[in-house]
Design a protein around this ligand. Structure first.
Ligand code: PBG
Length: 324
């Protein structure tokens, strides 16, 4: 007969006991909702590969932001879908470009009640779909792109964005944007550095969400999924360059990197549960293969457990309703 004295099951006996000893909890304030706004749209346009997610019209964006405030989530991250694109992504720096206009609208409408954040990257705005401008040979030109990012940062700060999400993976982008913001007096505009961002197949549905023009891939600037140590290197650089928050992206396939970054960071660490992660769970749930709500809760909880202080997730509002 065996009679173990150490019995971990003691603390799992009832729901109340399990709740008492839970090491990680979800709270609406640490959920951030990514949102798409489409220039010229009069109605929300569904995104086929992301059931339940839409490209908003300006009006539906405002209504959804209202829901975000009511749900008590941490904020929203805006992405623009412009009608016209060119080689340098001119719309990104036009004060009336769709992303800047939407930012201004939400910042004016909600003031301090909602943390309005913006994606700072050129891929939605370029006709070639890359995250930067190209050199004569067609390669993404790091330093020429930095100049565009600095201009974009000023346009977004001017429009009222509180946190700029630098997702382009150009070397030196945090330092350049910080310097441009400070020189223009935007000392309180925060920089969220996509510190470790991997060239992932799981961005697939996002390409549809922003009508991406990309042919090819982003492997000369986004990281190789094979590299763990390099995630720490990227995060360390962004900390040194003055980032206010660092992010790891995607989330679920990169929990090791997230854990590494959380270990060394003295500023908030976020993770982005991206479009493909959303689509996989929705598709499996739609087929009856997994329990949708349980899978969503477990996925976000696991990202938090691995070290994320907050999570960007397309389920932010729905999940906030379940856990509040
Ligand atoms: C770049 C950007 C991307 C995503 C967020 N910011 C696309 C990419 O890097 O290819 C993807 C987000 C998602 O898949 O949900 N602007």
């Amino acid at each position: 007969m065996t009679n173990p004295t150490i019995r971990p099951r003691r603390l799992r006996t009832t729901p109340a006991m399990r709740r008492l000893v839970a090491e990680t909890r979800l709270h609406p304030a640490e959920l951030i909702l990514p949102m798409f706004v489409r220039e010229g749209a009069t109605e929300p346009v569904p995104i086929g590969s992301m059931p339940g997610v839409v490209q908003h019209s300006m009006d539906s964006l405002v209504r959804a932001a209202e829901e975000a405030v009511t749900a008590g989530i941490g904020g929203v991250m805006l992405f623009g879908v412009p009608e016209t694109r060119d080689a340098i992504g001119s719309q990104a720096t036009d004060p009336d470009g769709v992303l800047n206009a939407a930012t201004r609208r939400l910042a004016d409408e909600f003031g301090g009640d909602l943390v309005v954040q913006t994606d700072l990257c050129l891929d939605e705005f370029t006709d070639h779909g890359h995250c930067g401008v190209l050199d004569a040979r067609g390669n993404v030109d790091n330093d020429a792109t930095l100049e565009r990012y600095a201009e974009m940062a000023l346009a977004q700060a001017h429009a009222g964005s509180s946190i700029l999400g630098l997702s382009g993976m150009m070397d030196g982008q945090v330092a350049v944007v910080r310097e441009a913001l400070d020189a223009a007096g935007f000392i309180d505009t925060a920089v969220l550095a996509y510190a470790a961002k991997y060239a992932s197949a799981f961005y697939g549905p996002f390409r549809e969400a922003v009508d991406s023009q990309l042919a090819g891939d982003r492997r000369t600037y986004q990281q190789d999924p094979a590299n763990r140590r390099e995630g720490l290197r990227e995060a360390t650089l962004d900390l040194a360059e003055g980032a206010d928050i660092v992010m790891v992206k995607p989330a679920m396939s990169y929990l090791d990197v997230l854990s590494d970054v959380a270990e060394i960071s003295d500023i908030p660490v976020w993770a982005y549960q991206i479009s493909g992660e959303y689509a996989m769970i929705e598709a499996a749930a739609a087929n009856g293969w997994i329990n949708r709500r349980a899978a969503i809760e477990e996925s976000v909880l696991s990202i938090r457990r691995a070290g994320a202080d907050a999570v960007l997730t397309y389920w932010a509002i729905e999940l906030a309703g379940w856990i509040k």
